[in-house]
Design a protein around this ligand. Sequence first.
Ligand code: PLP
Length: 281
Amino acid sequence: RTILLNNQMIQAEDAHIHIEDRGFQFGDGIYEVIKVYNGSLFTIKEHIDRFYTCAEKLQIVIPYTKDLLHKMLYDLVEENELEVGHVYMQITRGVASRTHFFPSDVAPTFVAYTQQGDRPLQNLQRGVRTIFDEDIRWLRCDIKSLNLLGAVLSKQKAHEQGCYEAILHRDGVITEGSSSNIFGIKDGVLYTHPVNNYILNGITRHVLLQCCEEIGLPVVEEAMTCERALEMDELLLTSTTSEVTPIIEVDCHPIADGLPGEWTRRLQQAFELKVKTAVMM
Ligand code: PLP
């Protein structure tokens, strides 16, 4: 497998990360996951923009222009002959003797690699089971930080219960999923948490809101309580890899009749059309 380490394309086996890389010791960095359909990077501009915005929030300077990064990622996909899967990229503050404050004169470490992987067709079709879990993460969830322990612990809890995702809440108010954004539909209106420091501003969330407009589904960016979520007609989640996935159960309570709903199906179709037109499948 060919990967990118800084701006060099090398074999994965030849890549070395220093033991004092701040990504390794502090999780001091950020990442992105970009879906590849038909050899094409879906919503790549939005992902690159978010990568730069998040880096700025940490005062990490990405040493490439956006155009160069775009080209580097496409070259990587081509080199690995990736058709369907994703690109993972991350940047850390770099290597420095271990102190918490930002070291001076440090060069960031950039890594990107491709991962083959089919679309989650079964989940898209049947929907997934979920659990509620307390959102124990920090107060800057708008940063796509490498620190994922809160998400890891919640996802593990869901996994142990045979569920796909943990729906996180702060004092009974739903923020987002451990690695997804969450939406509810009631009486022909879609509800989702507003964009602020409690959630990641998902690129797929943004695409979904465009789909809502296209199919005439009004959107209210207002958080749901867990109680209210259970009374929704439909629940769904979005992420780069999960796309638009119906949620059919939370904590063993079926949502409505326990089957993916009509609006969700229409949103999935609108999403599919966007994928197809973006990548000319
Ligand atoms: N929220 C969290 C916490 C995530 O980790 C992710 C993606 O991994 C998302 C939301 C969805 O974001 P996107 O649609 O940009 O993949």
